[in-house]
Write a protein that binds this ligand. Structure first.
Ligand SMILES: O=P(O)(O)OP(=O)(O)OP(=O)(O)OC[C@H]1O[C@@H](n2cnc3c(O)ncnc32)[C@H](O)[C@@H]1O
Length: 173
């Protein structure tokens, strides 16, 4: 069974889609796993650690053959622009692999609130006027008018994380 370290549908669904394509009939389940980092990670390192903790925690669940951790984060660049991205970590046996997703530049008004310590999820809910945006299209869905949604970005990042495990013969340590 593939265990995802989250119960957020915008994460579990893309993981299910990718693993079912790789291995038809495989079971994929979401589980509550602490990320061990702040609710709103800032910077690549903190986001990676959150994804690692989720993947390792998921892999420890009874019956898990793989653990998958997805963590959303933001980072500020030298021009103070704020980029939203995600990190995926996959764990299978003692192997671990990861990938970073594509990024979206957030509007300054949103970035400023995140910089002051607010979590992006509630800020997006307020902007969109709905509850739980992060479990559906996410910020990506809103700002791209649905051309791309949060699950699309996770799906691509997960696919990019898999080669060191699925083609391990090419990735000798
Ligand atoms: O239930 P979990 O797995 O914790 O899912 P999450 O969406 O709350 O947690 P993430 O670790 O993926 O994201 C970290 C924070 O960034 C926010 N966030 C990330 N991507 C987002 C998006 O596309 N839309 C809205 N909020 C987002 C989210 O609300 C969190 O506060």
């Amino acid at each position: 069974m593939i265990v995802v370290g989250s119960q957020n549908d915008a994460k579990v669904r893309p993981v299910r889609e990718v693993f079912v394509a790789v291995s038809p009939g495989v079971a994929v389940a979401g589980a509550r796993v602490p990320s061990g980092v702040r609710a709103q990670p800032i910077g690549f390192e903190e986001t990676l650690i959150g994804a690692q903790n989720r993947a390792r925690g998921a892999a420890r669940h009874a019956g898990a053959t793989w653990g998958v951790g997805l963590e959303g984060g933001v980072e500020f660049d030298s021009e103070d622009r704020c980029w939203l991205f995600g990190v995926v970590v996959v764990v299978r046996d003692h192997r671990e692999a990861s990938a970073r997703s594509a990024s979206l530049m957030l509007p300054r008004s949103v970035a400023e609130r995140v910089r002051r310590g607010e979590e992006l999820g509630p800020v997006m809910d307020e902007l969109v006027g709905e509850v739980g945006v992060k479990t559906r299209g996410g910020a990506v869905g809103h700002f791209t008018s649905g051309l791309l949604v949060r699950a699309d970005v996770w799906r691509q990042a997960l696919i990019l994380a898999l080669p060191p495990i699925l083609k391990s013969e090419l990735y000798v340590p």
